[in-house]
Design a protein around this ligand. Structure first.
Ligand code: DI6
Ligand code: FE
Length: 403
């Protein structure tokens, strides 16, 4: 006997093995046992099975739980003041070069205790959860010293242990040059590569490494050094690439077997081809594009042509993407980047999971995967992208439990 059987619902399984848009199954049913999906199909196909609890969802749509595969949601303070400066005409790069931007968040993050950091970040995590997120990736990168990077990752861990959500932790080891290393770039890169990364790996505080490859961030050669160390320590690799300019970061990441390259507004065909060959995911972040009023869009048609899977994420961060709504990002991926609603929902479920290397565990409604589900009171899945300011799902289920 199963634990639960959800009936009287329509399923957007997002499983490519289910034919048709959204992998949809109307009049569907989902069987759940021990936190996992055991059977998915039409209600009539599951008619012979019994469950301790049979729950009618009155025609709601069920999707996989949303996977937000790129966030920086643990940080101290916020940057509403810089928002005002940008509205008066200052650019993100100008603010960064003047010592604001990431550096100001670094200061506030270093000053916070572990508990303060956890409690400052919890409302943001809850915001994403209310929007339907059941798995979230959280990056460090506002510490830029060993103590604070560890503190950020511990804060992310504590959040995952105290809220019903899966948290994946990434060491963003090269995010910005801390002020105390202004004249000593090489020393900082060496610190990140030879000290921070190995310590994080030994303590099991992160499963992946990331860097910001950009004019205002780190050069391809600096990133390469970090990725060599990541490979030595068995950490997965991701890269902020081609957000503001084209430094050929996507191709570099491909050389190291990265899971994803993220942003990609300025990636060229060579970069896209390299990503395709390396089976990477393109993580699109419309929140940052919107907040920075960028005009150069990621080449969605090229990504489609080369069959590079596209994920969509919030990039929740205090500077360029103070975003707490996953469905708003799905809508913006459609309106600003030209994704279809089906691609946008795949981007926040199946492909988000792939961008974390979790495609066998989460991201579609398929037998064998974790029972992470959202129940939406909508008439069709496209409504998740269509409404601006949509309330989250009516129910969120994580590992088979209402959460
Ligand atoms: N790219 C981004 O959009 C964020 N980090 C990055 O490497 C911005 C982070 C911030 O401004 O605080
Ligand atoms: Fe980011």
């Amino acid at each position: 006997m199963w634990d639960r059987l959800l009936v009287d619902c329509n399923l957007a399984t997002m499983d490519p093995a289910v034919p048709g848009a959204f992998g949809a199954i109307e009049n569907g049913a989902v069987g759940i046992q021990d936190g996992r999906i055991v059977r998915v199909g039409r209600r009539t196909e599951l008619a012979g099975f019994q469950a301790r609890s049979v729950e009618a969802l009155h025609g709601a749509w069920v999707t996989p739980g949303l996977v937000d595969c790129h966030t920086h949601l643990v940080f101290g303070g916020n940057r509403a003041g810089e928002f005002e400066q940008r509205l008066e005409g200052a650019t993100y790069e100008e603010i960064a070069r003047a010592g604001g931007g990431i550096a100001s968040t670094v200061k506030a993050t270093r000053a916070a205790t572990l508990d303060e950091l956890v409690e400052a970040s919890r409302p943001r995590l809850k915001g994403l959860m209310q929007g339907g997120v059941t798995t979230v990736e959280i990056k460090s990168g506002y510490g830029l010293d060993i103590e604070t990077e560890l503190k950020m990752l511990r804060a992310a861990k504590a959040l995952g242990e105290s809220e019903p959500v899966r948290v994946e932790r990434t060491l963003l080891a090269l995010h910005a040059l801390p002020p105390e290393f202004r004249e000593r770039r090489d020393e900082f890169v060496a610190l990140a590569t030879n000290s921070i990364l190995p310590t994080v790996a030994e303590q099991g505080l992160a499963t992946a490494v990331d860097a910001f490859c950009e004019g205002i961030g780190f050069t391809p050669d600096e990133v390469r050094a970090l990725f060599e160390a990541a490979q030595d320590h068995g950490l997965k690799i991701k890269l902020h690439a081609e957000q503001l300019s084209n430094l050929h970061g996507a191709a570099l990441a491909a050389d190291y077997g990265a899971l994803s390259a993220d942003h990609l507004e300025h990636v060229d065909e060579e970069g896209v081809a390299a990503m395709a060959r390396a089976h990477m995911v393109a993580v699109l972040l419309p929140g940052a594009f919107y907040a920075l009023k960028e005009t150069h869009r990621p080449p969605v048609d090229l990504l489609r042509r080369y069959k590079v899977p596209m994920a969509v994420a919030t990039d929740c961060n205090p500077g360029t993407s103070p975003v707490l709504s996953p469905t708003l990002m799905m809508g913006m991926a459609c309106t600003l980047f030209g994704l279809t609603p089906e691609e946008a929902l795949a981007g926040m479920t199946r492909e988000g999971a792939r961008a974390l290397g979790l495609q066998d565990e989460i991201g579609t409604i398929s037998a064998g995967k974790a029972a992470d589900l959202c129940v939406w009171r909508v008439g069709r899945p496209a409504e998740l992208c269509y409404w601006i300011g949509l309330q989250g799902p009516e129910r969120r289920i994580v590992a088979g439990m209402d959460a």
